[in-house]
Design a binder for this molecule. Sequence first.
Ligand SMILES: NC(=O)c1ccc[n+]([C@@H]2O[C@H](COP(=O)([O-])OP(=O)(O)OC[C@H]3O[C@@H](n4cnc5c(N)ncnc54)[C@H](O)[C@@H]3O)[C@@H](O)[C@H]2O)c1
Length: 486
Amino acid sequence: MLERGCAERSEQRRTASVETEPRRPSWNIRSEEVAQLAVVGAGYVGLVTAACLAELGHRVTCIEIDAGRLTALEAGRMPIHEPGLAELVSENSRNGRLRFTGNFANISDITSVFIAVPTPSAEDGAADVSFVREAVELLVQHARPGLLVIMKSTVPVGTSDAIAKLPAVLDAGIEVVSNPEFLRQGTALQDFLHPDRVVIGAESAEAMGRVARIYASLEAPIVAVDRRSAELAKYTANALLATRISFMNEISHIAMAVNADIDDVARIVGMDRRIGPAFLRSGLGWGGSCFPKDVLALTSAAARYGCETPILRAAYEINQLQREYAAQLLIDALHGIDDPIVAVLGAAFKPNTDDVRGSPALTIAKRLLGNGVTVRIHDPFALANASDIVAEIDCRPDAYSALEGADALLLATEWEEYERLDWTLVRETMRGKTVVDGRNVLNGVHLTELGFHYKSFGRPAHNGNGNGTHHHTNGSAPHIAGTSME
Ligand SMILES: NC(=O)c1ccc[n+]([C@@H]2O[C@H](COP(=O)([O-])OP(=O)(O)OC[C@H]3O[C@@H](n4cnc5c(N)ncnc54)[C@H](O)[C@@H]3O)[C@@H](O)[C@H]2O)c1
């Protein structure tokens, strides 16, 4: 089904997913020294952290204030979808190394607490650290002297320093360490247990050593730095990854204008060892709970220190433009059709998660709904979360039911099952023939041969791309007013 370049990439992805597939034996990484730990927050980071630390052999109490989430966990149900997590939580709950509570009073025997609560964007784009402060206030009331507070939440530079200086924290003899998390949803267990590095930002050798010992059984370099550098490194990593994608999306518009193939361009550029192949794919751009808020938070923090951030602003704006560009492609294709229907395949911001925070699919769905389009959506895991955010979308239990009678299709999340659709059947079942491949993963040549109007993000006409006529010929992408960067 996939064209050659794509097939190769898909094969690489499959191999990668085999490599990152949970390998139970290799998780037998027991720590020699067992620590009494707590993790505050049972979300995408906190629950993974708690389960993995228990897997390393530590005794872990996971504190969650959301009653619904806590009840689910206590009953053995997963509040989030992350491959392999349910098994790890259930096994470590059974063997007594992992327990859940909503009560901070249960931490009296704990020596180190990881904070993994949200740091969402405030109205002005700055990171809202109120959840972190609230968690620390609750901890302080029940902490034993010498408690280590380990910051896993992504917090603006200086947050850990500021918390360390709070009178209540000083009085309780608490030390604060920055230990930013770099895991990716979808491969979170693998990333946590086999990280590229463990970053520890601490102000004393004793605190540094205590955190390093918690991770001692992992085969990963420990990078010991000060708290501020650790905090800035986390934002820098996310901002750089986001910028790479936005950069390639900018190049993809040039590729369309000159009829070059962005996939080939990315492949060639990625073969340069100074650059590397990751995060060079063009398409709908980045979403999720981290990249958008972290780019905004870094921009906002920089402004407070009087630093200009034109690159970060451009990366953010280009990302918004990609969604607008995709929505416009669909709206143009639906011109003149009565009661148009679009089928959106994928609601999660990326495959292998049920997380729809910052998802391009939902931004585009809202824009289409605003233009009088009926929007149907399918996702293997994220439908419930999607309908919580956009109630008007018509959620469908499988892709074919979403496509039946639709005038256009938007592939928004590259779940593998969408690459394996029976396109002959899809052609018969759809009313229209427009396919917008928001992730550049489908075989445009084959779809064109089948009679679809295939539109991609930077593939040339000879590879099936039919959006040349919609390309902006004035050399610049359209300007979108009203992004939160302005
Ligand atoms: N999601 C990721 O891929 C990822 C990766 C690296 C870093 N981070 C960072 O980790 C932090 C957490 O992100 P997330 O995606 O896990 O968030 P999340 O929303 O999935 O989970 C946060 C959890 O904390 C709970 N919580 C909030 N306040 C609490 C309190 N006072 N006591 C106990 N529980 C409380 C919430 O109910 C929720 O269950 C953020 O700062 C984020 O930027 C996230």
